[in-house]
Ligand binder design. Structure first.
Ligand code: PHE
Length: 458
């Protein structure tokens, strides 16, 4: 078996789920759910994943496996001499930009992991009482968050450490690096998540948080909610980043794409649900619900307060940040592989050389993103810090554009019958949904994704 292929079915699923399950599910999901009213948003998100997420994922899988190349090369092979490769190029650009800021947050998770273990995160806090006055603790944890995130030196150092770890994994290659890592870390992720759920769901008052998370209030749904659910679907399934095109080129010819996509989507949803069961009961149990919970503060300020209310805060906190780091690592590995595959295919580089070429600019570029929370915080692009600008540009503009490109290409312009051939493995297995998938990627997906784009601009 070629080394540039996943070695086993479990391995390829673990790697793809590992890519999908990331900070998007564990850090971003609770924050957007909180901001969009809870259960009703959750239902919308589930609907979007099934109706749109899985079909678009299948389009990327088909393109990648039929193209047998990197994100640009796949388009070039299937449509030689046409300009479709630009969609792939934008996907690679998006993936590289996302890497630059995402790896900074991965660095924070390492830093929090280390500070949980060393005890510094909880120094001077003591045990907090549920329902008590949290104002002093608020100030302490806000101070720590500022210290860990908004100072120039430590966050950069931890980001560089994260880059080194990624380099170590990626030089190992598809089977010995990515696949082996995913096979070990994904089960660990589930174990940690379930263990944390057991703790939070048994807290007094946890029911209120579960109810808020699961009992829909449909009056909370607005156009904005729908757009946010769509955005979360694309981000959480790693669509439009070139990742799935790259990974599916490593799938063996007999991999059944439809069940693979279904498993990846279900596992991603499961992680989002479990994360909700960790966060919302805990937050409601301790009366922290009315804190202004935005992305960063929820996980990096409020949760440490929750842990400080519990026995063994350091242990629980270390478990949580290890979980977050594991989720982030299996995602960054996949997104950096997009550029590595490109360097190898396009310039014929060895894996080692391609890894170095891709990763060498990262320390500098990620440092600039990291410093946008400290020394460079006054430097604004379109009114946003560098970090926020890159996040908005890649997530809100590049990802939808690439996804539309993939859908229109696979739906209308790819060699005839490509999707059906890939979904049926050249007519050797049955596919009951090929027709429906084709309909969605031809009509529904491009229109809905275009809506996200239009909404972003108004
Ligand atoms: N689905 C991933 C996540 O939720 C998206 C992603 C993959 C982002 C790889 C960055 C790197 O985190």
């Amino acid at each position: 078996m070629s080394k540039n292929q996943f070695g086993s079915k479990i391995g390829l699923i673990a790697a793809t789920v590992g890519s999908a399950v990331g900070l998007g599910n564990i850090w971003r999901f609770p924050a957007v759910t909180q901001a969009n009213g809870g259960a009703a948003f959750l239902l919308l998100y589930i609907g979007c994943v099934i109706l749109l997420g899985i079909p678009v994922m299948l389009a990327e899988f088909s393109l990648g496996r039929a193209g047998q190349s990197d994100a640009i090369g796949a388009f070039r092979r299937l449509a030689p001499g046409k300009a479709w490769w630009i969609a792939g190029a934008l996907g690679i650009l998006a993936s590289y930009i996302i890497t630059c800021f995402y790896i900074v947050v991965e660095g924070w998770t390492l830093e929090y992991l280390w500070q949980s273990i060393s005890g510094d995160l909880y120094a001077g806090v003591g045990r907090l009482e549920a329902g008590g006055d949290f104002s002093a603790a608020d100030a302490v944890f806000l101070g720590k968050m500022n210290e860990y995130i908004s100072t120039p030196v430590a966050p950069v150092a931890f980001t560089w450490l994260a880059i080194l770890i990624n380099l170590g994994v990626l030089t190992g290659g598809v089977q010995k690096g990515i696949e082996r890592l995913s096979n070990i870390l994904l089960p660990l992720l589930f174990v940690l998540l379930v263990a944390l759920c057991c703790v939070t769901l048994t807290l007094p008052g946890a029911g209120a948080g579960v109810e808020w998370f699961l009992k829909p209030d449909f009056s909370a749904i607005t156009a904005g909610t729908v757009i946010n659910a769509l955005g979360q679907t694309f981000f959480s399934l790693s669509l439009g980043m070139g990742i799935l095109i790259t990974y599916s080129a490593y799938y063996p010819a007999n991999t059944k794409l439809t069940p693979t996509a279904a498993i990846v989507a279900l596992m991603t949803l499961l992680v989002a649900l479990l994360t909700g069961f960790v966060i919302f009961p805990a937050v409601s149990s301790f009366g922290l619900t009315d804190h202004s919970l935005t992305g960063a503060t929820l996980v990096f300020q409020t949760l440490p307060e929750v842990f400080a209310c519990l026995p063994a805060p350091q242990l629980l906190s270390a478990m949580f940040f290890l979980l977050l780091f594991v989720a982030a690592l299996t995602s960054t590995v996949s997104i950096i592989e997009v550029s590595i595959a490109f360097c190898r295919e396009r310039f014929g580089m060895s894996r080692f050389k391609a890894c170095l070429t891709t990763i060498l600019p990262l320390p500098l570029l990620s440092m600039i993103c990291s410093l946008s929370f400290s020394s460079l915080s006054d430097f604004k692009v379109f009114g946003l810090t560098i970090f926020d600008f890159l996040d908005s540009f890649a997530t809100n503009i590049l990802l939808p554009v690439v996804s539309i490109g993939v859908c229109i290409f696979v739906g209308w312009f790819a060699p005839k019958g490509l999707l059906k051939r890939e979904l049926t493995n050249n007519d050797t297995v049955r596919s009951r949904i090929a027709g429906a998938v084709m309909f969605i990627i031809r009509y529904l997906a491009p229109v809905l994704i275009a809506l996200i784009l239009v909404y972003t601009f108004i």
